[in-house]
Write a protein that binds this ligand. Sequence first.
Ligand code: 1BN
Ligand code: ZN
Length: 379
Amino acid sequence: MMTRINTRVRSRHRFRGLVQGPVQGPVRGLVRGLAGKDLILWRGTSSFSLSLSLSLSLALSLIVSLTLVLAACRQKAGDAATAAPTTAAAAIAPVEGAALPDSAPPPSFDSARAMQYTKEIVALGPRPIGSANHKKVEEYIYRHLKGDAVEDDAFTADTPEGKFPVRNIIAKFPGTKDGIIVIASHYDTNYPLRDTSFIGANDGAASSALLLEIANQLRGNKRDGYSVWLLWDDAEEAMKQWSASDSLYGVRHLAQKWQDEGTLKKIKAFLLADMIADADLNIEHDQNSTGWLEDLIYQSASRLGYQSHFFARQIAVEDDHLPFVQRGVPSADFIDLDYGYNNVFHHTTQDTIDKLSPKSLQIVGTVILETARGVDQKK
Ligand code: 1BN
Ligand code: ZN
């Protein structure tokens, strides 16, 4: 069964094609074309036609190799370009005091391991709040955080479908600086789709797996910068119809709790990951996120050579960062809401592991960590 839930994206501009078309399309097309031609050339039987075929094949290979090298050079140059591009990216300003030394190595991130975690979470099945599978995912996350400083924020949510237990899980990794960077992902799956095979491979599983891999990178040595708190938040999804009161149950509770406890004012940045593993990765330029943090994200992506996956489109996204934005915490949402043509896989049973790529996990994982380093250095 294919069920589709309404999305709530207000698109202001659409200029995706301008950014991505010239860079990635032609190279892929050429490789596919060559494979087809090769097969035809090798069909000849006489030695003359065979050697002619060989020569043609060699010549063609040479041309194709040269073209590929040129295309790769062009892509590299495009990725590394400092000149103002002709898209939304042109509006991204450098973040004052947040420049990173060029010598700093890129952050480590094991994307194969993150992909394996994604598969394991998906294998547990649909995980709507209140279900046995939901409990299994909680246990799965705890198992991977053995020995870490873990806290939870458990409460009962009053929803249009009744009362449900909700649990936010927080793993705390200390740093040398006074302040906190929160990196978050929801782990529940869509409740209205609970009786379908919807498993949210991209929607909840991949970003939760990404956080588990970030935990692996943080574990063991004190971070040279702010403390990082990893947050697996719960009950992000609406129970019936998305509204301010029917959505984001976990983070709304936690933001209020951290405000009451005085934790909120220590948070230097709240970085949210959601829907980040689509093989065709296009992270949105979210208008609800904090401007300077979005600038820093683009700067970090550029430094790693990944900016072609960022900010081709500007939209305003309602997601788990909202209760923090509303309380004045600098916040940003790493989200790709173009999952399949026109986002057709989002909130459907087609949100499955085959649509995802470890490369996308790598891109988002390292850009998040690079952005955290930029936050550490911001004056
Ligand atoms: C993201 C993943 N969301 C729910 N599951 C929130 C959302 C839905 C954000 C639609 C924008 C559009
Ligand atoms: Zn969802």
